[in-house]
Design a protein around this ligand. Structure first.
Ligand code: R5P
Length: 290
């Protein structure tokens, strides 16, 4: 029987996955000591068959990463087949040396997962596929786009247009639009690599006038990208703006700022639990495991 170990950050998805896979759910108990160390205790008996460890790596990123590594290491004592499911993989944006001297953290992550004994990693809508190529274990990226589109179909928007806030997300917006049976376009965004500040470089866009828009992105962190895109699109006299993203980190008051900029609704998946995380990706992950 498959054992599904529910990391502290992904209890809900682990529970759903275990049910879908007819697995044996193992919960974990976490105690964080005053100095920040995590003490992790497994609650349940692991069998020697395949083991799935489920742990998203969102803030506190390094603590959740350490817990993922510890759970894999423990699972490896029982089975040689340990699959780590990381619904949201923090560090995925650090997949190359953008400025001289920068550490490519994704490479380090790959070394760590292999080192503790993971045989395969499954992630959802990774920022770019380049990062996974740095891993020396089997890897698979599954997409939540059909799940998100399923939600939007129920909203019955009239003649909606799908927008990517940047050229890097063009393929993602295309996939969304193909599934949604709509048109799409990608804005030109520029980010200052030192300050992180974002600017939209696209000029006039008559196509958006009077239309409902769905901005599609892999993730929202500070909200800077979505806010800049929204401000620009509002100036182009669009109708309502919706946001669809897989991973909503929504750091600090990002959600409030996005809504203030004029976004009607943010829809995200449960790779990161939160107020906007209404689309469930456990079915999609389960299919990749089966
Ligand atoms: C960048 O290319 C990503 O796809 C996201 O657009 C970005 O990381 C979101 O970050 P923030 O919300 O801080 O702009």
């Amino acid at each position: 029987m498959i054992s599904v170990i529910a990391g502290n950050s992904s209890e809900e998805i682990a529970k759903k996955l275990s049910k879908k896979l007819n697995g044996n759910l193992i919960k974990t108990e976490i105690r964080i000591f005053p100095d920040g160390e995590s003490k992790i205790t497994l609650k349940g008996k692991i069998s020697k068959d395949k083991i799935i460890v489920v742990q998203s790596i969102f803030p506190p990123v390094d603590s959740n990463l350490f817990q993922a590594l510890s759970l894999i290491s423990k699972a490896r004592e029982y089975s040689s087949e340990v699959v780590i499911v990381v619904p949201y993989l923090g560090y995925a944006r650090q997949d190359r040396e953008f400025l001289p001297g920068e550490i490519v953290s994704m490479k380090v992550l790959g070394q760590l997962f292999k080192g503790v004994g993971a045989s395969k990693i499954i992630v959802v809508d990774i920022h770019s596929k380049i990062g996974l190529k740095l891993f020396r274990i089997k890897s698979e990226n599954v997409t939540a786009i059909p799940d998100l589109v399923g939600y939007f179909k129920k909203l019955n928007l009239k003649n909606p247009l799908v927008i990517s806030p940047d050229q890097g997300g063009k393929q993602r917006a295309k996939e969304f639009a193909d599934e949604y049976k709509s048109e799409f376009l990608a804005l030109k965004k520029q980010r200052d690599r030192k300050t992180g500040k974002v600017q939209i470089k696209t000029e006039n866009l008559d196509e958006v006038q009077g239309r409902d828009l769905v901005i599609v992105d892999d993730m929202i962190s500070t909200g800077g990208s979505i806010i800049k895109a929204t401000e620009f699109l509002k100036k182009q006299k669009c109708k309502r703006i919706f946001v669809a993203c897989t991973h909503a980190l929504l750091i600090d008051d990002a959600e409030k700022k996005i809504r203030k900029a004029g976004v009607a609704k943010i829809i995200s998946t449960n790779t990161i639990p939160g107020k906007t995380s209404i689309v469930d990706v456990s079915n999609t992950i389960a299919k990749a495991i089966e």
